[in-house]
Every structure is written in C-alpha cells, then in structure tokens.
Design a protein around this ligand. Structure first.
Ligand code: ADP
Length: 489
C-alpha cells in the first residue's frame, strides 16, 4: 500500500539553481514527480555564490551547524521549485561564497571541498530541526551527500531521526570525494573506519557502507560497478551489499525536453508526425555554428562534459583521437558543445579553426544544448562508462539518432540498428578505441546516405520510445519502503 512520505533530497546540484551535469536534472525532476504523486519532498543544497539570493526568501532564524572543527553559523534561504517543491539553500560565505560548484572551472576542485560538503551533510539535519520537519527518508545524491548515512547511524541515531531511513544514489562512481585520512576529524566522530578506504577519507565509500539502500541510475551500471573494470576500487564493497543495491533508470523531464513544447526552439517546434521543422532547425544550427548550410550533409552533435569518462581521449587526443580523420575522410559535419578538461577545450578549439566542417563551442549554454539536440541528425556519446546518460534520452525524443558505446544506461536505452530489418533506435559499438568510433560513425553516415527509409523508421521508433518517470517513480516508491523496513529492523 502506498503511503505518503516526507523525503529530503540532499544534493550538490539541482536545476535551475546549480548544474554541472545530469545529477542536477535528475534531482529536480524526481522531486517534482514525487511531489505530484503526493509525497512531501524537499531539497537542500548549498547557496553557491552564483545563485542569486535576492531572488530567494531568507528564513528569519540563522542555522548553527556543529562540525568537528567548531560550530559554523549559516543563513538559510528558500524557494519553491516550479511552485511545488520547497528548496532550501545553506548560505555560508566562507565556504560557498565563490564562483563555481566543485571548483573554479569544470576540471578543477576547491581544496576545501571536504569541509564544504561536510557542512551540507551536517546542515541537512540542523535544517530539519529548524523547520521542525523530520523526514521519513533522507535521499542522498553522490559523494557530496555521502556522510549523511553515517551521521544517521551515529550521532543522529537515537533522536528526532530515529525513524529516518537513508537511501543513497550513485550517479557516478568516478567521483568519490577522496581526501587525506586526517580529514575525518571534520566529522567530529570517533569511529572512523567506515570513512576510510585505502588509508584515505572517502565520502562515497562511507555512504555505500552505511546507507540502508543504495541505488544507481541504470540496471546495467548497477551490475557494472560490482566489477573491477567499473567499480573504481569499490567493487568489493558493492558486491558485499548487492542485495541492497538497485539500478533504476533516470526518467526524462519531458516538460523541458520535448521538441513539441521546447521553448528554446520556438516557433519551430515539431513532433513525430510533423517533422518538417526539424530541417529548419538543422539549417538554423548550421548557420549559428558557421557551417555550410546544406540539408543533405549529415550533422553530428555532441553536448558533454569534456572528461575522460566521455571518451574524449579516443575522440580528440592529439595524434590518437579519430575526430580529425572523421572530419577529413567522411562527408559529415560536427557541432560540439562542452566544457571541462583544459587540454580538451584547447584541442577542440584548435580543430574548430582547422576543420571547416567542425564547430566547437567550449562553454556551458543550455539554449545551444537544446538547439543541438533538435537540429542534429545524430548525437555521439562514445562514453568509457555512462551511469545513465540523459543526452541520449533527449536525442531519442528529438529524433536525433544516438551513436553510443554499449555501456551502462546507454546499453539499457539505445537499440542497435538492424540492417536486415531496419529496426533500432541508434547505433552502438563495444570497444572504446578511435578505430571503433570511426567505424560506427562511418556506419551511421553510410546508412544516412544509403538507407534513408531505415533512418526515417528509426527516427519514428526513437521519438515514440517512452523514458518518462512513470516506471521509475514506482520503483523509487518501493525503494523508500524497503529502506524504512531496514531502518525499523
Ligand atoms: P553527466 O551527468 O555525466 O554529465 P548526462 O548525459 O547524464 O551526463 O547529463 C548531462 C547534462 O548536462 C545534460 O542535460 C546536458 O545537456 C548538460 N550539459 C553538459 N554539458 C553542457 C554544456 N556545455 N552546455 C549545456 N548543457 C550541458
């Protein structure tokens, strides 16, 4: 039987306030959907410098947050996400009063991140006390919320939180929050073994060790992270906890990402039975990108963090990657939007100036991301690993056929082209090598020029595929129940 629950989401990112990747989309979409289904969901995150506090409401009382190195006094701001979900922002000038989420740029970290996110974790409990609102479930997202389960099992065990369960979602095991072992002092806890891994403090390891239930964002990734190839050193612990580990696909927020209603492509919206505007959007994208305006040229889009995880070494590392060859030897166009590792930004900018059929925008730009999804013919994601991946889901909805490596959520959501039947929703490959990327892109472009009817059929199947939150919401409901049963036990 479904009961209404109080759920607090603890996160470092939430759209529209702070976003570096898919975590931000997921948290707000899931919160909104849970709220719609009747749960009392709230979100807490830091009030980063770039979140304009004049647009938020300040809560009268200040918040005292005890930490291992003394009490910190913070302000709390609040807002209502889409007039529905209360969001609370912990405001501390010393720790959050600077530009950037995890670091000054995409590829860097602030040296005091342990202190910044420990404050978020302890602050979440103090916030509940301030609000006199105690959740049934604390749903913690990624390493930055990773100390909550430990606090819940220790200093917050036998008090107002004595009936609160923890659910921890791994959005990306590649980011663990690893710091020197003496950083554990920040918590003020005597028992430190659960925080340590290979003699370092590790936020994510602590969360996997201590939370009632662990989830990750696709079924395939849930299996992968129990292996040494993908587990980043935590596979043993995950294997030990495998009966409490569940893979649930992220849904898409179709109120943001649907070509029929997308406000960023107005008035050229389109749908599966009315595709004409997609060609006009391709023209618009080619113009904006300074590419030859030619509807016959296949256009491949990429929107991504520029990180090793996303396959950029194989794509564009000098003297190794295949991107320049793809542009030189295959009749196609590329438009790439991304920020991240410095070498990669520099190389993409260099390729942009040397290749007439490639444009690289090394910036974060949501409206361009929407235009690329809508105006491209294909969308490339050669990820080394991909916990869920949202861009391929957006691409499917926009009839922009994804070309993806068969890993994690990409394996769960893209059906490979079958040349015999013309079925499929995209193109997939297995080995992450420049040659394999070159070959799969070559295959997709061959189909574009020679198998028009298959491409159109695949577009239809892709646009009709449903990756909304409906199924995943039921699964999260069930997870919260399971976590509460474990807490009571
Ligand atoms: P990850 O979370 O690993 O970065 P996802 O595919 O799950 O990858 O989600 C990435 C999200 O971030 C998508 O919503 C994508 O559109 C967005 N994004 C990434 N880079 C940029 C950028 N440079 N400009 C605009 N949006 C971006």
């Amino acid at each position: 039987m479904k009961t209404t629950k109080k759920i607090l989401m603890i996160t470092s990112e939430t759209v529209p306030y702070a976003k570096t990747g898919g975590l931000a989309d997921m948290v707000s979409a899931l919160a909104l959907k849970l709220r719609e289904s009747g749960h009392d969901v709230r979100i807490v995150l830091p009030r980063y410098y770039d979140i304009d506090k004049t647009k938020l409401t300040k809560i009268e009382k200040p918040l005292g947050i005890p930490t291992g190195n003394g009490e910190k006094w913070t302000a709390v701001y609040t807002d209502l996400l889409q007039n529905s979900v209360p969001v609370y922002f912990i405001d501390h000038d010393g720790l959050y009063g600077r530009s950037g989420v995890y670091g000054p740029t995409g590829g860097e970290s602030f040296p005091d991140n342990a202190e910044r996110y420990n404050l978020l974790c302890r602050g979440a409990f103090q916030l509940c006390r301030l609000l006199e609102w105690f959740p049934d479930v604390m749903h913690c997202h990624d390493w930055s919320a990773g100390l909550i389960p430990l606090y819940l099992n220790t200093i917050e065990f036998n008090n107002e939180f004595s009936e609160t369960a923890s659910v921890f979602t791994i959005h990306n095991i590649g980011y663990q929050g690893i710091f020197s072992s003496d950083t554990t002092k920040l918590t003020g806890l005597l028992e430190q073994a659960s925080m340590l891994h290979n003699d370092d403090m590790n936020f994510l390891k602590s969360a996997i060790d201590q939370s009632h239930i662990i989830t990750t964002v696709s079924p395939t990734y849930a299996g992968e992270i129990q292996t040494s190839e993908f587990g980043e050193g935590l596979e043993g612990l995950l294997d030990y906890r495998k009966y409490d580990l569940f893979g649930i696909l992220n849904g898409v927020d179709y109120s943001e990402w649907d070509p029929a209603t997308d406000k960023f492509i107005k008035p050229l919206n389109y749908s599966v039975d009315k595709l004409e505007n997609k060609s006009l959007l391709k023209e618009k994208l080619q113009k904006e990108a300074g590419l030859e305006v030619n509807s016959k040229k296949p256009l491949i889009g990429i929107v991504s963090r520029l990180a090793d995880q996303k396959g950029f070494k194989e794509l564009c590392e000098p003297f190794y990657g295949c991107l320049a060859s793809l542009c030189r030897y295959i009749d196609l166009q590329f438009v790439i939007l991304g920020t991240g590792e410095k070498w990669c930004e520099e190389e993409l900018n260099r390729l942009d100036t040397t290749l007439p059929n490639l444009t690289a925008w090394t910036k974060f730009d949501n409206s361009k991301a929407h235009l690329i999804e809508a105006g491209s013919d294909f969308f490339l994601m050669p990820s080394r690993y991909e916990p869920c991946g949202l861009n391929q889901l957006y691409s499917l909805k926009y009839g922009t056929l994804p070309i993806v490596r068969r890993t994690g959520g990409l394996a769960d959501t893209v059906r490979n082209y079958n040349q015999e039947t013309g079925d499929g929703t995209g193109f997939t490959f297995d080995d992450l090598t420049p040659e394999a990327i070159y070959n799969v892109v070559g295959w997709a472009i061959w189909a574009w020029y020679n198998k028009r009817e298959d491409i159109l059929k695949m577009q239809q199947s892709a646009m009709n595929a449903d990756f909304s939150w409906t199924d995943s919401l039921v699964k999260y409901d069930d997870i919260y129940e399971k976590a509460l049963v474990k807490r009571r036990a």
